[in-house]
Write a protein that binds this ligand. Structure first.
Ligand code: NI
Length: 168
């Protein structure tokens, strides 16, 4: 079952989104259910990444999807951390499921190395570049109460027609 996305356009929603999420001390069935719900909510909202706070759960869990048909891969990380990021930064357009129709250019390290736990509680680590690197950084920001508009290089903007930029 999916859950409604917390919107930053309401006072209460923004307060939630500005709250720092707690470290998951033990991975349980509840954590696995949370990840399932997050993936379902992300799909329903047609996003490519989601943090638990965006469905109102203040725990450090992020999900994403990367690749393209037929090899779309799920990405789930508990207590995610960036352990290395490239000096080279790239600027690209970002949106956020919690702020529908708002976009802005955000500069972030091009490549990262990350670590965290999988849903069995195993420590995992990996490297990411491109959109996945951007999504992971955007979602970890959410866990710290940081929003993409805090990082936009210029003004935020909207599109009159539906733009197909991914929302995270
Ligand atoms: Ni977002």
């Amino acid at each position: 079952m999916d859950k409604k996305i917390v919107l930053g356009t309401t006072e209460e929603g923004l307060k939630t989104l500005r709250t720092k999420s707690a470290v998951v001390s033990k991975i349980t069935n509840e954590t696995r259910d949370l990840a399932e719900t997050m993936l379902a909510s992300m799909h329903k909202a047609k996003g490519v990444g989601l943090s638990a706070v965006q469905i109102g759960v203040l725990q450090r869990v992020i999900v994403a999807e990367h690749g393209s048909n037929p090899t779309i891969e799920k990405f789930i990380l508990v207590n995610p951390e960036v352990t290395w990021s490239s000096k080279k930064e790239v600027s690209d357009e970002e949106g956020c499921l919690s702020f529908p129709e708002l976009f802005g250019m955000v500069k972030r390290p091009e490549k990262i190395e990350y670590r965290g736990l999988d849903l069995d509680g195993n420590q995992i680590s990996g490297k990411a570049g491109g959109l996945l690197a951007r999504v992971i950084q955007h979602e970890i920001d959410h866990l710290n109460g940081v929003l993409f508009m805090d990082r936009v290089e210029d003004d935020l903007y909207t599109y009159e027609k539906q733009k197909n930029t991914e929302e995270l």
